[in-house]
Design a protein around this ligand. Structure first.
Ligand SMILES: [Zn+2]
Length: 68
């Protein structure tokens, strides 16, 4: 298994945050997709999801929830 890394394109930094999101056109309301983010990309990735109304939660990544 690879260590968890940031979901930003080309970024190999270890993930420090989970961005939990849901696209209501594709997912049931209780479904959560997860992007991982390093400290540097937490802002840009959450802005991307937030601008589309998809972002539900941002929590510290402790490795307990595997990304989809
Ligand atoms: Zn990153």
């Amino acid at each position: 298994m690879d260590p968890d890394t940031c979901s930003a394109k080309g970024c190999q930094a270890p993930a420090a945050w989970q961005l939990q999101w849901n696209n209501p056109k594709l997912h049931t309301p209780e479904r959560r997709k997860v992007w991982l983010a390093c400290d540097d990309h937490r802002g840009s990735l959450s802005d991307f999801l937030g601008a589309r109304g998809f972002l539900k939660d941002v929590v510290p990544h402790d490795g307990s929830t595997p990304p989809e």
